[in-house]
Each structure stands twice: as structure tokens, then as C-alpha cells.
Ligand binder design. Structure first.
Ligand SMILES: Cc1ncc(COP(=O)(O)O)c(C=O)c1O
Length: 402
């Protein structure tokens, strides 16, 4: 991979071979929060904004209709799928909620999930439990970390959940869940299956059909390197054919065809809402093309190598404990630092030009309580980061702790 070119393509990076801080570049290890956009993404969003300013919002959308179709095709290509299975949304949680709301849940139905599912998703399961009497069942973890797939199988068999929901890569740990193994169980039992791929799309190859998913939700701004405020939902043919629609479609998601009659839009568009800043959709399409051109296998290999370097270097710093635990680990590196609150440490590092996330207990109560920590400092490299940056970031942390 041509890292110098990747850095030149990325306005937030200092140019290759120059110290961090050159041209205002930072050591950006916060790709699990929001990655740095490459130039083609920035250009797509800016150009569209200019077009809106010149033409007006509705006229600009008409003028960009072909480019918008291309954005659907680019995301579909990234997922190994068809454009009519992709819905654009404002962000991953909006995608996930629309998908969850389309499952015909009745009082007493079981939602089967994991202990590592994303915090907002957990809040939504509990909201369903409170409002509609749904039962939330969480499969236990395996000793090596990650959900116990055997226990999942047993629970699917015994509890007959209406839906299984799994976060592919949690927000709070390097863990990669075996979503394909769980997908095979769901397909064998014909259970609806929702995958939150917010942290995995753009980080590694993600093919929802191969996973056996019915829905796959994602956001643009993380490892995919798209703009903030954009996301998408992939929907299986099974779910579309079964007529699943979100609980509250609007006039883009459905047609009001007679006094008491509503007809869902064809394809995944029924999960979209009418109002979009289409520049963000074009930016997401550009990000998907950028990642596909680099190659998702190559991206995964480089990111994981950098994450391993980071884990190894952090483990050497006195007072630092690496928290990641799982049979397969990805690009999110989490550590607890003795005597330091993660958010305060994050701010100190940011003052020194190192970007991370400081998470608190409420970002993942089950995981952080099990690890007996009050949160974690999260560092997440991307392909444009370098080994030098990792060494510098860890040296700065070490210095701050002394
Ligand atoms: C695993 C996971 N799922 C979902 C989300 C929510 O994404 P969004 O803020 O785009 O809704 C996040 C955000 O950090 C996440 O890490």
C-alpha cells in the first residue's frame, strides 16, 4: 500500500516523512470515532454544496440524479450486493432502528442479543421490553471472549427468538464477533437477523449475504472514511419479499394510495426518509469507491498490523492494561490506565496532537463492569497511520503518565 499517497490524499495527515504537526496534521488514532476523510470524499460533499448554492436544493438533487445512483451502486459494490438493497440514512443508529422497527414483534417475543452489543442498540431492546413486553435475552460470552456461539445456538433452539441482533465489532473493544457463524444458525432456523456493522464496514470485507444477515446497519464516518451525518442500511431480499417495512415510513418509504391504504416503496428505499443532504450520500459513495479501490483485504491486513503494534507498545507502558479480549481482534485498541480517567487523558493527548476516545462506564456497562474498569482509552488506527506515529503517540502517553 502506498502510504505516502494515502497521506497526501488525507488533509488531516502531516505529509509522509514529516513530523506530526506539519501542515496542521495530527496523529489521528480515532478512526473508530470518526476517521479522516480522503480528498475525493471532501470534494464530493463540497461540490454538491456548491451546486445547491447555485441551483437550489431540489434542482441540485435532480441535476445530480446520475451521481446519486452511482453512490447506491458504490455502496452496493462494497457490500457485494445490488443497489436496490441499499437504503441511505442519517447514521448507523437510524438504520438499526428502522430495521428493528420493521420486525413484527408481539408481547412475549424474544430478542436475542449479546453482552457486547452497542449501547444504543441495548437501550432500544430495553425500550421495546418496557413498551411492548418484549423479552431481551443476552447470550453469555465464551471464555476466550466474544459471544459463545454454542450458547447462541442453544438459545435460538430453546427460546425461539423473533430476532437475533449482533454487533459485529463493539464500540468498546477490539473484539470481532463471529457474525457469519450466528448467521448460519439464523438461516437454519429462519430467524430474522440484524447485524450492526458500524465499526466493521470499511475496516474489513463485509458481505451481508455471506453473513446470512437480513439487515446490516452502518455509518459513513468511521472506518469507511465518509462524512459525518450519513449512514446506510442493507436489506436482504428475504426481508423485502416478506414485506417488512419500518414502523414509521414517510412519503419516500411508502405511497399513500387511498384513504386507508399505504403501499411500501420497492426495494430498500422503503427504509429511507425523504429529506437528505444528498452531498453526504455522494460523499458516502466516494468513500465506498475509495475503500473498494484500495481493497478491503489489504485495508484489513494493514490496519490489524498497526493495531497489533499499538497493543504491544501500550502493554509496555507502566500502569497501562490492554483490555481487548477475543479469539479475533480488529483495529480497536482499548486500555485502562491506572489512576487516570479516560476522558481526561483523551483531552491531554489531544492537546499534544494525539486523537483518541475516552470512554466511560456508560458506553458499555456490561463489558466495563466485567473488566472491572471505569471505562477505557480507545485508540483506533487506519491505513494512513504509520508505525512512527504509533511509537510517537505511545511515547507521548508514557510521558504524560510520568
Ligand atoms: C458498534 C457501533 N454501532 C453503532 C454506533 C452508532 O453509530 P451512529 O452514531 O452513526 O449512529 C456506533 C458508534 O460509535 C458503534 O460503535
Amino acid at each position: 500500500m502506498d502510504v505516502a499517497r494515502l497521506r497526501d490524499d488525507t488533509p488531516g495527515c502531516s505529509p509522509a516523512g514529516t513530523p506530526s504537526g506539519t501542515n496542521g496534521g495530527h496523529i489521528h488514532l480515532n478512526n473508530a470515532g470518526a476517521a479522516l476523510m480522503p480528498r475525493p470524499v471532501l470534494k464530493a460533499v463540497r461540490d454538491y454544496l456548491e451546486l445547491e448554492a447555485r441551483l437550489g436544493g431540489y434542482e441540485a438533487a435532480d441535476a445530480a440524479a446520475d451521481a446519486i445512483e452511482d453512490a447506491y451502486a458504490a455502496v452496493a459494490h462494497l457490500l457485494g450486493s445490488r443497489p436496490d438493497q441499499v437504503a441511505f440514512t442519517e447514521h448507523a443508529t437510524a438504520s438499526f432502528v428502522a430495521a428493528l422497527s420493521s420486525i413484527p414483534l408481539r408481547e412475549g417475543d424474544v430478542v436475542l442479543t449479546t453482552r457486547a452489543d452497542y449501547v444504543s442498540n441495548q437501550i432500544q431492546y430495553l425500550s421495546l421490553a418496557e413498551r411492548f413486553g418484549i423479552e431481551v435475552v443476552r447470550a453469555p460470552d465464551a471464555p476466550e471472549g466474544g459471544v459463545d456461539v454454542g450458547a447462541m445456538e442453544e438459545l435460538i433452539h430453546r427460546r425461539r427468538p423473533r430476532v437475533v441482533a449482533v454487533t459485529h465489532i463493539p464500540t468498546n473493544s477490539g473484539l470481532v464477533q463471529d457474525v457469519a457463524a450466528i448467521g448460519a444458525l439464523c438461516r437454519a432456523r429462519d430467524v430474522w437477523y440484524l447485524v450492526d456493522a458500524c465499526q466493521s464496514v470499511g475496516q474489513m470485507p463485509v458481505h451481508p449475504e455471506e453473513i446470512g444477515a437480513d439487515f446490516l446497519s452502518a455509518t459513513a464516518r468511521k472506518f469507511l472514511r465518509g462524512p459525518r451525518g450519513a449512514g446506510f442500511l442493507w436489506v436482504s431480499e428475504r426481508a423485502l419479499d416478506a414485506g417488512l417495512t419500518p414502523l414509521f415510513p414517510d412519503l419516500r418509504g411508502a405511497d399513500w394510495i387511498d384513504e386507508s391504504l399505504v403501499q411500501p416503496a420497492p426495494g430498500a428505499r422503503r427504509f429511507e426518509s425523504w429529506e437528505f443532504f444528498w452531498g453526504l450520500v455522494l460523499g458516502t459513495g466516494a468513500a465506498a469507491r475509495y475503500a473498494t479501490d484500495l481493497g478491503l483485504d489489504a485495508i484489513e491486513t494493514r490496519i490489524r498490523r498497526l493495531a497489533e503494534e499499538l497493543r504491544a507498545a501500550l502493554a509496555e507502558v507502566p500502569g497501562v492494561r490492554v483490555l481487548d479480549h477475543g479469539a479475533e481482534l480488529g483495529a480497536i485498541v482499548t486500555v485502562a490506565v491506572e489512576g487516570h480517567e479516560p476522558p481526561a487523558l483523551m483531552r491531554k493527548l489531544r492537546d499534544r496532537g494525539v486523537h483518541t476516545t475516552g470512554q466511560g462506564r456508560l458506553d458499555a456497562v456490561l463489558d466495563y463492569d466485567a473488566k472491572e474498569v471505569a471505562g477505557a482509552l480507545r485508540l483506533s488506527p487506519h491505513v494512513y497511520n504509520t508505525s512512527e506515529e504509533i511509537r510517537e503517540a505511545v511515547a507521548i502517553l508514557d510521558e504524560l503518565l510520568r
